[in-house]
Design a protein around this ligand. Structure first.
Ligand code: NDP
Length: 502
């Protein structure tokens, strides 16, 4: 007993009693001077921080990245050289549900990785799918609104989801993957991750290559049907957390093989698809995945809030040898992710221990929320501006990437003009999905339509038919079954609005 630490106030003073408030006599009122009571209640009121608008429910762990292949021809990044081992953090998540949402819902999974490299933090903030619902960021907030609660009913609206999707043909690829078996993995270990966006590599010679990152599960793919997922949810809403936390506690450390697809810079002019379009993959036959290493998760956080809830991933975090691409969605995320963290966690969110780089940090940013590391990071209190004569940090020209070769007139170019939203989905439908998986997919789609207005369902079927007639007819067959079972009861009837596809 005597070895136990002494309880203190947050200011470090010994605290004599954590069970009894200060009252006037044993039956009298509490005094305002019981500051530690006020402190305790005030802290409790502030225990929650704003949850993420998207990807609110998450599960994460620490681990390390090991590079076994030779990427030196493509990138100078120290963490990607053969033999390099880099500590890392992973956070998986669902997109739509709130913090208390059930884990086993059909939804895209976030797959966010932070590598604490010797040259600064490198974040890859991807998903368990290689593509996304939209290709232009102007559509992103509207898309997310369709996944969240309806303003009047305060319930999630399948009508809004299918209205948006059926009016946005670029979403067909992601919707097809989401409705296929991969849309409901059994846990975080049995799914792939993808950087999704096209990024770039650059080498010491100043040459740029486009790159896509793939993380292939070594545990194998495993999925639940909707019915199986519902059964799990009836038992627990925390199935992903139980599985990931439990596996690591028991020493069953999950691993993912790291692969890259590399495209020479000028190939981007020649591909029949826009290689910077987030609704497209690069076909494996054209750009074969190259295995370069693996990562393993092997340490659970000691404190979920400190290490996972306040972990701040942003695709803007790159290191020398790795850079961005002209992908419109990536460009928007470079702003919006860091901005979300400034809002949720405070301006200096990268001073929170889980976000701190494990290399020296020197900059001239000044005061603001969460500036807990002594105000200045220039190393000298007189060097608080630049240029200065007081030995403050200087720019490192070696980190200068080669010029990004882009040209063109500034305009709002139609993101749909000349884009083919069907061919790659057709490849998936005809070459990749097995017949039984297709049947489950038809049922998963029609199963969401019990209350969706008829014109929206018909519009979606017409889009599936453009992918392949069997896709359209398969969904119609599953929808007819729902109707025959008396389950089709649309809550609103809307006349055909003849909408402009936006
Ligand atoms: P291949 O025909 O060479 O291989 C098909 C790929 O599809 C597999 O390697 C696997 O990707 C993925 N896959 C298998 N089952 C499913 C499923 N149920 N849902 C989603 N993806 C699945 O691929 P191509 O490159 O020629 O592309 C054909 C189609 O495959 C694409 O249009 C795309 O829809 C899909 N795909 C392609 C990927 C790519 O990066 N090229 C990645 C994922 C899907 P993995 O090896 O990543 O597990």
């Amino acid at each position: 007993m005597t070895d136990r630490p002494k309880l203190t106030t947050t200011a470090g003073a010994p605290w004599p009693n954590n069970q009894d408030s200060v009252t006037v006599g044993p039956r009298g009122p509490v005094l305002l001077q019981d500051y530690q009571l006020l402190e305790k209640l005030a802290h409790q009121n502030r225990e929650r921080i704003p949850e993420r608008t998207v990807h609110a429910k998450g599960w994460g762990a620490h681990g390390s990245l090991k590079i076994t292949g030779d990427l030196s021809k493509y990138t100078k990044a120290a963490a990607l050289q053969q033999g390099a081992e880099t500590p890392m953090l992973a956070r998986f998540s669902t997109v739509a549900g709130e913090m208390g949402a059930a884990d086993h819902e059909r939804d895209v999974r976030g797959f966010a990785l932070k590598f604490y490299t010797s040259e600064g933090n490198w974040d890859l903030v991807g998903n368990n799918t290689p593509v996304f619902f939209v290709r232009d960021p102007l559509k992103f907030p509207d898309f997310i609104h369709t996944q969240k609660r309806h303003p009047r009913t305060h319930m999630r609206s399948t009508t809004a989801m299918w209205d948006f999707w059926s009016l946005s043909p670029e979403s067909l690829h992601q919707v097809t993957i989401l409705m296929s078996d991969r849309g409901l993995p059994i846990d975080p270990m049995h799914m792939n991750g993808y950087g999704s966006h096209t990024y770039s590599f650059w080498n010491d010679a100043g040459e740029r290559y486009w790159v896509k990152f793939h993380f292939k599960t070594q545990q194998g793919h495993a999925h639940y049907t909707n019915a199986e997922g519902d059964q799990v949810i009836a038992r627990t809403r925390e199935g992903f957390q139980e599985a990931l936390f439990g596996a690591i506690e028991e020493g069953r450390f999950p691993r993912w093989t790291v692969q890259v697809q590399i495209m020479p810079e000028m190939d981007a002019e020649k591909t029949p698809y826009n290689p910077f379009d987030l609704t497209k993959v690069w076909p494996h036959a054209d750009y074969p995945p190259i295995e370069v290493g693996y990562f393993e998760l092997n340490r659970n956080p000691d404190n979920y809030f400190a290490e996972i809830e306040t972990a701040a991933f942003s695709p803007s975090n790159i290191v020398p040898g790795i850079s961005y691409s002209p992908d419109r969605m990536l460009q928007a995320r470079l702003f919006s992710y860091a901005d979300a963290h400034r809002h949720r966690l405070g301006t200096h969110y990268e001073q929170i221990p889980v976000n701190q780089p494990k290399c020296p940090v020197h900059h001239y940013h000044r005061d603001g929320q969460m500036n807990v590391m002594g105000g200045l990071q220039s190393g000298n209190p007189d060097a608080y501006y630049e240029p200065n004569s007081f030995g403050g940090p200087l720019a490192d020209a070696g980190a200068q990437e080669p010029p990004l070769k882009v040209s063109g007139d500034v305009s709002r170019y139609d993101h749909r003009n000349g884009y083919d939203d069907y061919t790659q989905v057709r490849e998936l439908f005809t070459r990749v999905l097995e017949d039984d998986e297709k049947e489950r997919m038809f049922g998963n789609i029609a199963g969401m339509w019990e209350t969706v207005p008829e014109v929206i369902c018909e519009r979606a079927i017409s889009e599936f038919t453009k992918v392949h007639p069997d896709y359209g007819s398969g969904v119609r067959r599953a929808w007819d079954k729902i109707k025959a079972e008396g389950r089709y009861k649309p809550t609103i009837v809307i006349p055909d609005p003849d909408p402009a596809i936006v």
